[in-house]
Structures are given as structure tokens and as C-alpha cells.
Design a protein around this ligand. Structure first.
Ligand code: ADP
Ligand code: NA
Length: 330
């Protein structure tokens, strides 16, 4: 039987991905290659919904692709591409814009959050219709599953609504996707303030583990993570957010359960846990950095991987777009 199709996009953030991106998203992408016909893209069209520097965007997009490959995406087992290499995204995006109610788009909470950050008068129409482009991203590939975090649930609902609306008005065209919200997905917190999510924008430099940091810098950040004045190593996100965060990272990286770790560290000091986790992190990031650098040092190989990915993606996207255009009356 054919494998279910999965689609996910990741923003080309400035420089390195962080540990939260890896443990909360990229790791799932790698796993889904085995069970799904998976399409992954670096969403550079979405990246220009806020002001960008062209040279930086180009470099960050390539760097994001290099990191995804370094993390284990295998072009033989998935389709990895850059969104702007597949013009059908913008083309179907326009059709979807014309099917979306203004009020409906206005209810997207992420726009409210992001435009508030920008200053309301600075926010672009592109930022406003970002979720509608995301709808096109998903529907173009007739995706069955969309691996997303809880914060994206509303956008998946919009995708389902618009797919149903199009199908009803113009005839059966799009697969209705189901959110593939990975329940047990790890949420990683800032190492210095474990009550906030680790994030590129909100974390302090010492609280943020960049995957491309020098391994000794990463080890130091782990060892100076904020914990508590107690001494017991126990998973308790309310009373012990710092220790719990370290246990989550440790468990997700090694596959040991939190219960096993609690047992292993019974009667031991926080320092022992931090030292061991620092070693685990160094073991993970060292080859990750090397592999990323190898792709960056060999632009021909990276270009060729991305060109093949775009070609595979376009074969699917063009077919869907042709059907949609035909039904619309083009
Ligand atoms: P950031 O919040 O740093 O800007 P993004 O919003 O670009 O990161 O997120 C990219 C992906 O990484 C998303 O799938 C998001 O759910 C995941 N992610 C980001 N931060 C974390 C975190 N601290 N823990 C778990 N997953 C995260
Ligand atoms: Na996000």
C-alpha cells in the first residue's frame, strides 16, 4: 500500500537551529521518513512576511537545508526542497486567498501575536495571509498528515475548512488533512529561565542551545543551567522546572525514560546529571556540526540535492495546481 503523505515546513531562522527546534520538530521529521511519504520544505516565502535582508535570507535558507540534512533527513527517503523553488505554492496561495473570508483570516491568533510584536501599522498583508499560504503548502501535496505543534492547530483547521469549501464548490480536488500533533513531543525550556520556552527570540544567549555552537560552549551552557536549591533529581515541572527540563533533554536525546533517569540519579548531585548531559550533548552536536559544515563546503552537492527535491515536489504540486486551476475556470 502507498504510504500516507506528510508535509511540513520550517522557517529559515538566522544561523543555527536550536535544541528546541531539533527535539520538538526536526527529530519527528527524521522519524516520519520511515513511515510516510514525507515532504519537507524550508519556507522562504513565509520568511519574507517580516522584513528580511536578501543576502541573509539566501544564506539562512541554505543553512537550514544543510542542518536538516545533517540532522538525518535523507533525500533518498524524503523530499526536501525550498518553498520558492516550487512556484505552485504562490499560485495556489492566491486561489486560496480568494476563497478565505476576511473575518475568517482575522481570527487567526498567530497573526494577532506576530503583528503585535511588529507594531500593528508595520505588519504586512503577507503576514496577514500567511496561514492561507500555509493552506496551499499543505493542499498542493494532498497531505494526509501534517506534523505540527499545538500552536499550529488553528491553521490546520483552516486548511480543512478551505479544502472542504473548495471541494464542495468546485468538485472533489483536495485531500482533507489531519493534524499529526505529536502528543509526546518534547517541549524544551530556556536553560536560564526554565519557565519560558527555549526560543530564538525570547531566550537569553546562555539559555539557548544553538546546535551549531562550539561543543564546549554547549557543555558550559548545560553545566550552568539554572536549577533549584533542593538536591533531589525528580521530574516535577512545577516545583523543579530546571531539573525537569534537563531530564526531558536527556531522555529525548538518549531514549532512556525519565523514570530510568530518576532511578539512575537517585542520591546523586545535580552536578553529576549536568556533567553527563553535557557529554551526551557534545556527542550529539559534534557530528551534527561537522555534517552541516560538509554541506556548506560543497555547494554543488547541496544545490543538486535541493534541485532534485524541487523537481520531485513540483511533479506533485503541478498536478494538483492544474486540477485546481481547471476547476476554478482558468
Ligand atoms: P522559535 O520559537 O525559536 O522561533 P519556530 O517557531 O521557528 O522556533 O519553531 C520551529 C519548530 O520548532 C516548530 O515546529 C516549533 O514547534 C518547534 N519548537 C520551537 N521551539 C521549541 C521548543 N522550545 N521546544 C519544542 N519545540 C520547539
Ligand atoms: Na512557531
Amino acid at each position: 500500500a502507498l504510504r500516507p503523505r506528510a508535509l511540513s515546513g520550517i522557517q529559515p531562522t538566522a544561523g543555527s537551529f536550536h535544541l528546541g527546534n531539533y527535539l520538538g520538530a526536526i527529530r519527528q521529521y527524521v522519524a516520519l521518513q520511515e513511515t510516510h511519504d514525507a515532504f519537507y520544505m524550508v519556507v522562504d516565502l513565509h520568511a519574507i512576511t517580516v522584513p528580511q535582508d536578501p543576502a541573509e535570507l539566501r544564506a539562512n535558507t541554505r543553512l537550514a537545508a544543510a542542518q536538516l540534512l545533517a540532522a538525518g533527513l535523507d533525500p533518498e527517503r524524503c523530499t526536501l526542497f525550498i518553498q520558492s523553488h516550487v512556484p505552485e505554492h504562490a499560485q495556489l496561495g492566491w486561489v486560496m486567498n480568494c476563497l478565505t473570508g476576511f473575518g475568517e483570516a482575522s481570527r487567526m491568533t498567530q497573526f494577532k501575536d506576530k503583528s503585535a510584536k511588529q507594531g500593528a501599522d508595520r505588519a504586512t498583508v503577507g503576514l496577514f495571509t500567511y496561514p492561507v499560504l500555509q493552506v496551499a503548502d499543505i493542499l498542493l501535496y494532498q497531505a494526509d498528515a501534517v506534523p505540527v505543534g499545538e500552536d499550529q492547530r488553528q491553521h490546520i483547521e483552516l486548511t480543512r475548512d478551505l479544502a472542504e469549501r473548495f471541494n464542495t464548490r468546485f468538485g472533489e480536488t483536495f485531500t482533507i488533512p489531519a493534524p499529526h500533533i505529536v502528543k509526546e513531543v518534547a517541549k524544551i525550556y530556556d536553560l536560564q529561565d526554565p519557565t519560558i520556552k527555549m526560543s530564538k527570540s525570547a531566550s537569553t544567549p546562555k539559555g539557548l542551545v544553538n546546535l551549531l555552537d562550539e561543543p564546549r560552549v554547549t557543555a558550559k551552557k548545560i553545566k550552568s543551567a539554572v536549577t533549584d536549591t533542593d538536591t533531589v533529581i525528580r521530574f516535577d515541572p512545577v516545583e523543579k522546572p530546571g531539573i525537569s527540563n534537563l531530564l526531558t533533554i536527556y531522555s529525548t536525546l538518549t531514549g532512556a525514560t525519565v523514570a530510568e533517569l530518576e532511578k539512575e540519579y537517585e542520591g546523586k548531585m545535580y552536578g553529576a546529571l549536568k556533567t553527563d548531559l553535557a557529554d551526551v550533548m557534545v556527542e550529539f552536536v559534534t557530528p551534527f556540526r561537522t555534517r552541516t559544515q560538509e554541506y556548506l563546503d560543497d555547494p554543488e552537492t547541496l544545490d543538486s540535492v535541493l534541485a532534485k527535491g524541487a523537481e520531485k515536489a513540483r511533479a506533485v504540486a503541478a498536478e494538483t495546481l492544474a486540477a485546481a486551476y481547471d476547476r476554478v475556470g482558468f
